[in-house]
Design a protein around this ligand. Structure first.
Ligand code: HEC
Length: 171
């Protein structure tokens, strides 16, 4: 009698365990999914950047070449008769989002030729430097504005590129 009762309890416990296990697993997966969702929702540009100033400065200093809608110059992928490349778009169709924050900042502050010369590359770049006209914070606000126009997945890819760059520089 007692033995049969004990055996029954055993079966119930086993059933519970088998049921509890997948439920625990599913809850864990749901929790992780929920947490990563929250992480993505927190990704939009941090408030420390002034996107309105960035947008205004972009129109004043960059739009002449890179386009009011960040569309770049026509045929930007082929060099002109002077062998200098036209200005590329800064929207998601260009390659700005392939570069790390450090590269974008240097390119804007020092210009293309100077930035590449520092890396040992001799290149006739049509991108002037703005270090004399814009403060570092103004440059960061312009770049933050440019980035804010990209879809989230491009922003994430560019953030990963920047993190790799920082890692490689040992900072
Ligand atoms: C006189 C035209 C001109 C102006 C004004 C100008 N650019 Fe450029 N920019 C270029 C050209 C041309 C290139 C391509 C350079 C190259 O091939 O090295 C470029 C390239 C760049 C790049 C690197 C390439 C890339 O992948 O996007 C960045 C970043 C950039 N510009 C930012 C800016 C910002 C920010 C401003 C405004 C503060 C600005 N530029 C204003 C002509 C210009």
């Amino acid at each position: 009698m007692l033995g049969a009762f004990g055996e029954n309890m055993d079966k119930v416990a086993r059933k519970r365990w088998m049921l509890g296990c997948p439920i625990g697993l599913i809850s864990a997966i749901l929790l992780i999914w929920f947490l990563t969702l929250g992480e993505q929702a927190r990704m939009p540009p941090p408030a420390k950047f002034d996107l309105t100033e960035g947008s205004d400065l972009y129109q004043g200093y960059c739009a002449d070449c890179h386009g009011a809608e960040l569309e770049g110059q026509p045929d930007w992928q082929s060099p002109g008769t002077d062998d200098v490349f036209p200005a590329p778009p800064h929207d998601e169709t260009g390659h700005t989002w392939h570069h790390s924050d450090a590269t974008l900042f240097d390119y804007t502050k020092w210009g293309g030729a100077e930035t590449l010369a520092r890396q040992g590359v001799d290149f006739a770049s049509g991108m002037p430097g703005f270090g004399d006209d814009l403060t570092d914070d103004q440059i960061r606000n312009i770049l933050a504005f440019i980035k804010s126009t990209w879809p989230q997945e491009k922003q994430n890819a560019q953030a990963r590129r920047s993190a790799k760059d920082t890692e490689a520089s040992g900072l």
